[in-house]
Structure formats: structure tokens, C-alpha cells
Design a protein around this ligand. Structure first.
Ligand code: SAM
Length: 237
């Protein structure tokens, strides 16, 4: 049997070209992050050949997924990340989105800029994300934390820490503690809705602590499970 070697770089370039043509990738920073972070290093090994299909892929038997590239691109464009920013992600999954964000906040130069804290409630995925981030050399910018991200990081701390906060799981609402941990002028982004359908929702924090809300597209994510999410009684895995 002759095994064909997959040209991942070519597939990556084609995916980015398509997402640009569709008007989904708009900014240079998101484009460069997609071109430079190898998605094939973040998907579960048995789905590696499908890394550049524009669809979510299962992360082993964890019941969780790495989101579809177009969905990630839409979220990153909405988040409007800048070099040097401090970011909190709830739902590390594979670590792919965290690596893309690390690329943008460090301006691709791997200089000492910005920081991404990414939280995951499934231990197996914490190890998976950590290994993926290490292998692709983003560990300096990304800290993967095991815990319930709905209580913020550091947990329960009522201090404005983050320029941007992204929740990559379906949330019933923006957890109050996360709004407290967001700086004034900062953005919090999440799929907000019920367990069957959500609306990608962006909140920009005003100086009085309230959020100016903008709603984007309809989407479907796996649930945010935790103290300020769904299923309060479920424990960490
Ligand atoms: N951002 C990920 C990536 O790039 O691969 C994909 C995230 S996946 C769609 C959603 C993740 O959120 C799952 O891995 C799930 O275990 C995690 N999650 C759900 N509730 C959580 C919570 N309260 N705290 C931390 N992670 C949570």
C-alpha cells in the first residue's frame, strides 16, 4: 500500500483563501494566525487528515470538539485582539484557539508580549492542550489551567485583569465574575442561549461596569458546565 503524504501547508493556505473569499477572515492578524498555527497539531490524532475541513471535529472520546475553522475565525474577528493584550479563554479543548490568540497578541514574532490564560474542566483535555501548545512552541504565552472557568481566573477574584474574555462553550448568560475580571473598554464574547441553539454575543464593558451588547450569528456549541454555567452539580472530570 502506498501512503500519500498530506501537504498540510497547502491545505492551510487553501482554507485561509476560502475563508477570506467568504468574507469571514477580514483582518491581517487573524489571517496570519491561521496561516502560522498548524491546526493538524491540535486535532485528535485519528482525525489529522481532516484537519483542514471546515467542520468541528471530535476530541477523542471526551464528548467535546475543536470548533470549525470558520466559527473560530468569526470569533477572533469579533474579539479584535491586539498585540500585548491579556486574554482569558474558558474552554481550552485542543488548545488551538489559544495558540491562534497567542500568535496575535505576540504579533507572530514570539517576543514577550501578552498572555493567554485558558481554562478547561476535563483533565484529559488539559494534558492534550498543554502538549499541543508545547509542541508548537506557544507555551511561553499560554497557560492551560484545570478548573471551572465560570468562576473566573484566579477563581472569584473581583479585579479587572483581562483585555478580552472568550467563552468557547454555550453559556446561559455572561457570568458576573467574568464581567468583573474584564477591564473597562474590554470585550467579552460567548455563544449565549439554551443548550440547542445560541447567538454569538459580544459585550463591551462600559465605565459604569455594564455591557454594551451586540448580537452576531446563530451557532451551536457544546455546553459550558459549571457553577455559573449549565448543570451546577456536575463536577470537574
Ligand atoms: N477552544 C477549543 C479549541 O480551540 O479546541 C474548543 C472548545 S470546545 C468547543 C468547548 C470546551 O469547553 C470543551 O473542551 C469543554 O470541556 C470546555 N468547558 C465546558 N465548560 C467549562 C468550564 N466551566 N470551564 C472550563 N472549560 C469548560
Amino acid at each position: 500500500m502506498v501512503l500519500m503524504k498530506i501537504d498540510y501547508e497547502e491545505q492551510r493556505k487553501r482554507l485561509v483563501k476560502r475563508l477570506k473569499e467568504q468574507g469571514i477572515i477580514k483582518s491581517k492578524s487573524v489571517e496570519l494566525s491561521f496561516l502560522n498555527v498548524p491546526r493538524e497539531e491540535f486535532v485528535w490524532p485519528d482525525t489529522k487528515s481532516q484537519a483542514y475541513l471546515d467542520m468541528p471535529l471530535p476530541l477523542g472520546n471526551t464528548g467535546q470538539t475543536i470548533s470549525a475553522p470558520h466559527m473560530i475565525a468569526i470569533m477572533l474577528e469579533e474579539l479584535d485582539l491586539r498585540k500585548g493584550e491579556t486574554v482569558l479563554e474558558i474552554g481550552a479543548g485542543s488548545g488551538y484557539n489559544a495558540a491562534l490568540m497567542a500568535y496575535i497578541i505576540s504579533d507572530g514574532k514570539k517576543e514577550k508580549y501578552g498572555k493567554v490564560n485558558t481554562i478547561e474542566r476535563i483533565k484529559e483535555l488539559v494534558t492534550f492542550a498543554e502538549n499541543n501548545i508545547k509542541r508548537t512552541s506557544y507555551s511561553e504565552y499560554v497557560k492551560v489551567i484545570y478548573g471551572d472557568g465560570t468562576v473566573g481566573y484566579p477563581p472569584y477574584e473581583e479585579r479587572e485583569i483581562y483585555d478580552k474574555i472568550i467563552i468557547t462553550a454555550a453559556a446561559p448568560h455572561f457570568p458576573k465574575i467574568l464581567i468583573k475580571q474584564l477591564k473597562v473598554g474590554g470585550i467579552i464574547l460567548a455563544p449565549i442561549g439554551d443548550l440547542f441553539s445560541q447567538t454569538l454575543t459580544k459585550g463591551r464593558k462600559r465605565s459604569d461596569g455594564t455591557l454594551k451588547i451586540e448580537e452576531n450569528i446563530e451557532c451551536i456549541f457544546v455546553p459550558l458546565i459549571g457553577e455559573n454555567g449549565y448543570n451546577f452539580n456536575e463536577r470537574l472530570l
